[in-house]
Design a protein around this ligand. Structure first.
Ligand code: SAM
Length: 239
């Protein structure tokens, strides 16, 4: 069976949305992956179909009910081997390494929060792993889930062309990507760096590596600090 994302949301009509277009969309249409968006509200039990209630202890907003969400997770019936994720600003920051791991598995169940968040007891009882896509607050987990799914889908076998493997991209070797150029040769008086049109593949590779290292050191000292020092001329590392 193809890689599959099962999304629990109050807004299933948001899916596949942008995931139905371009690279991910073509792959979806050709059956390389699947998406199932399930409406959490379908698991509400009272006659108003309510899914949320006021926070215990007081405060603004509403909280997604544990019983309703637990019933929605159970109804999705995903089996024990698929990861169960909850999109959450409190979660473990999503990395390319985690994306690679998720893309290699059968595909996750993803719970999208709304309101002020969800009752802690369902996070604990259903073993939801909290994942964040960055240190800012969205109004709901759907866009975060789409970002995660998109990052996974482009890595699935057959989705990207043969030549574009993802092996040289940002984060694949712990570094940010080198600058890219294409025609025209001259843009507003600025030429493509000569080395890139030299045809010398070794020199091109060395230039790109040096550019990647300099960019990473300048922009992301947090990533740079994790690169083992080996080159003697590594910027920012000399003592
Ligand atoms: N009160 C919560 C807090 O302070 O952590 C924020 C809730 S937010 C308004 C509603 C939902 O959006 C969250 O439950 C989560 O599913 C999703 N969300 C918001 N920001 C996110 C982020 N940076 N990463 C992943 N999901 C996020």
């Amino acid at each position: 069976t193809p890689w599959r994302a099962t999304v629990l949301t109050l807004f299933p009509e948001m899916f596949p949305g942008p995931l139905g277009v371009s690279l991910a969309g073509r792959a979806l249409a050709s059956g390389l992956w699947q998406i199932e968006a399930r409406d959490i509200r379908a698991s509400a039990t009272d006659r108003h179909r309510s899914v949320d209630d006021t926070p215990a202890g007081g405060g603004p907003g509403m909280v997604l009910r544990a019983d309703v969400l637990a019933a929605a997770i159970d109804a999705a019936d995903i089996g024990p081997e698929r990861p169960r994720l909850l999109m959450s600003p409190r979660g473990r920051p999503l990395t390319q390494a985690h994306v690679v791991e998720l893309a290699q598995g059968p595909g996750p169940l993803i719970v999208c929060g709304r309101f002020e968040g969800i009752d802690q007891r369902v996070i604990d009882a259903r073993g939801l792993e909290e994942v964040s896509i960055g240190d800012y607050v969205l109004s709901g987990g759907e866009l975060a889930a789409m970002a995660l799914i998109d990052a996974c889908v482009r890595l699935l076998p057959g989705v990207m062309g043969k030549e574009a493997s993802g092996a040289e991209e940002s984060f694949s070797d712990g570094l940010l990507e080198y600058p890219q150029y294409t025609r025209p040769q001259l843009f507003e008086g600025v030429p493509i760096p000569e080395i890139l049109t030299s045809g010398d593949h070794a020199k091109v590779a060395a230039w790109r590596r040096a550019q990647s290292e300099a960019l990473t050191a300048a922009r992301r000292p947090d990533l740079w600090a994790q690169i083992p020092p080996k080159a003697p001329n590594r910027p920012g590392r000399q003592k």
